[in-house]
Ligand binder design. Structure first.
Ligand code: GLA
Length: 594
């Protein structure tokens, strides 16, 4: 980008101008943290070839500051490289650095260590929150400030927070976030974005209000009419599809309907950003959850029924949009890049297994009189446990009724002397335990299924056991607590243990290991686990995400660049029911068919 261009994105009339010239934003969202780095440029080129001129991306604070004061902007997290790549491809960038991002992402992108403070008030001017935001922005902003348009970079606008109008707990929060950006050198156009539930309370002085929706409902039309006529109108999130939660149907949104609404938006003279243009994957334990009365964790796939699929392939939506957007360009659109090859590999035979109980020797447990929630456990240099499972164990001397008092977050497999006796979750809060002889060990393997990313309950996203569990009305005491975070270091160390050949008597939960052989250059594939029940898949130590037979998602996207020629280790952590083998397929199955 030429350094002599000085007049950034301006919103002083009904049309945006950039460097004094009218510009209509034809934007699309692709999140660098949801696309393997090796594919960033492929997806951005496909975006450019569709006639999009602006990339929008969130910045997930939890990935960039996994422990307080420990920052990661390398490799997959190299935000600057991503923005530069967009610039090279010829895209402008609208940056959405939150610090809260929503986005079906764990705790809306906020680091879970914030919740160690019992008085924490997220997304407010509570001093503990402001201090953490300031120190994150001290690291983040100097990286993006030089990439702004005024400095010759591609960033033409920056969003302040995200849909604050629907949260609106503190009217000083947006001014604080805005000031935290300005004081660190952000000088491009500022925006806020809100959907219908936030129209009333959204916005901050000095930032352009934008709007989020999928359909031009009467309410949306009314709001559009009310929006300042002397300002450009931008649909900051035009929802091209929707996300999925476990146990509910897969969402789709008809291509023709979508394109006719986009056509109308453009005819009305508005700018638009397609959320998502390409959704990608919330790999590992990074999915969020919805809780509007009932807690519903989201699946790993963030396909979103977007114009590019989860694996970056073209869809009808892409082709129709390309035709439409071509009319808004004076030059021909670039050629569409080829799709990446997909392959169904021969099924992987399970070679050996390791009961969960035997893996515990790799982790130092913590003794505590009472249960301690994940975030307050003394692990990770005083930052607590963020993700994964936590095992709570204690000795009991008789049976009776176990009552969780609704303190399980989110789901616990319960064992007596390593024998599975049932599940405790939000619905099931009581479990009978049979009388045994003498002392028995009670174990609760509690899974954080994903923290809520939207709504009132953000401050209450503590996981693990968040209070007492009772046996016959008596709170259990003297707990041994083990953090099973399942980070790559742990998964790689598993191979040092004594794995067993498969036999009839396989005890669960357990890790199952197999080898995927790749001849030649690795291709993308989709892992399928027919006959298995629920667990997590690791490939070469990397956490792909969770599978759960209840669906809707039935396959896990495995990007080719994460495989190598030759042997690849697959480890499946299965909670309850082992299948025969690990399969792969050329195409995703995101909806449950049976
Ligand atoms: C809102 C948020 C986004 C995302 C969408 C739903 O608009 O701003 O981050 O959560 O809803 O996909």
């Amino acid at each position: 980008m030429a350094k002599n261009m000085r007049q950034g994105l301006t919103a002083n009339s009904s049309q945006f101008t950039l460097n004094g010239e009218p510009i209509r934003i034809l934007g699309g969202s692709i999140h660098y943290f949801r696309v393997p780095r090796a594919y960033w440029s492929d997806r951005l080129l496909k975006m450019k070839a569709c006639g999009i001129n602006t990339l929008t991306t969130y910045v997930p604070w939890n990935l960039h500051e996994p422990e307080r004061g420990v920052f990661d902007f390398q490799g997959q997290q190299d935000l600057e490289a991503y923005i530069r790549e967009a610039g090279r491809v010829g895209l402008w960038v609208i940056l959405r650095p939150g610090p809260y991002i929503c986005s079906e992402w764990e705790l809306g992108g906020l680091p879970s260590w914030l919740l160690r403070d019992p008085n924490m008030k997220l997304r407010t001017t509570y001093p503990g929150f402001m201090k953490a935001v300031n120190s994150f922005f001290d690291e983040l902003m100097p990286r993006v400030v030089p990439l702004q348009f005024h400095k010759g970079g591609p960033i033409i606008a920056v969003q302040v927070e995200n849909e604050y109008g629907s949260y609106a707990k503190d009217d000083q929060c947006l001014p604080f976030i805005k000031e935290a950006m300005l004081s660190r050198g952000i000088c491009e156009l500022l925006l806020t974005s809100d959907a219908h539930d936030g129209f009333k309370c959204g916005g901050v002085n000095g930032a352009l209000k934008t709007i989020n929706f999928q359909k031009l409902t009467p309410e949306v039309r009314k709001h559009l009419e009310k929006m300042a006529p002397e300002k450009p109108k931008l649909v900051m999130e035009y929802w091209t599809g929707w996300f999925d939660v476990w146990a509910e149907p897969h969402h789709t949104f008809k291509a023709e309907e979508m394109v006719s609404i986009v056509t109308e938006i453009l005819k009305l003279g508005m700018s638009i950003n397609l959320y998502m243009f390409h959704g990608g994957t919330s790999f590992g334990f990074m999915n969020g959850a919805t809780d509007l009365g009932t807690y519903k964790p989201q699946v790993n796939s963030y396909d979103y029924d977007a114009p590019l699929t989860e694996a970056g392939d073209y869809t009808t939506k892409y082709h129709l949009l390309r035709e439409l957007f071509a009319g808004y360009h004076s030059e021909d659109l670039p050629e569409m890049p080829l799709e990446t090859p997909k392959e169904a590999y021969p099924s992987v035979v399970i070679g050996q297994y390791l009961p969960l109980w035997e893996s515990l020797q790799l982790i130092a447990p913590h003794e505590s009189e009472r249960p301690v929630n994940m975030e307050n456990l003394p692990v990770n240099n005083g930052n607590g446990q963020s993700y994964g499972y936590t095992l709570y164990e204690t000795n009991i001397t008789g049976g009776g009724m176990l009552n969780s008092r609704n303190h399980v977050r989110d789901r616990a497999l319960v064992f007596v002397d390593k024998r599975f006796i049932g599940i405790l979750d939000y619905k099931t809060q009581e479990l009978p335990i049979r009388n045994g002889q003498g002392e028995q060990k009670l174990s609760l393997l509690v899974e954080n299924c994903g923290r809520v990313n939207y709504g009132e309950a953000l401050d209450k996203q503590h996981k693990g056991l968040i209070g007492n569990i009772e046996l016959n009305h008596v709170p259990l005491r003297d707990c041994t607590i083990t953090s099973l975070e399942m980070k790559p270091g742990f998964v790689n160390r598993l191979s040092s243990l004594c794995w067993k050949p498969l036999g009839q008597e396989t005890g669960l939960p357990a890790f199952f290991q197999g080898t995927l052989i790749v001849d030649g250059v690795p291709s993308d594939t989709f892992i399928k686990l027919p006959g298995w029940s629920k667990g997590v898949v690791f490939v070469n130590g990397q956490n792909l995400g969770r599978y759960w037979s209840i669906g809707p998602q039935q396959t896990l996207y495995l990007p080719g660049p994460w495989l190598k020629t030759g042997q690849n280790e697959i480890i499946v952590f299965e909670e309850q029911k082992k299948g025969n083998d690990i399969q792969s397929t050329c195409s995703p199955h995101l909806a449950k068919t049976s």
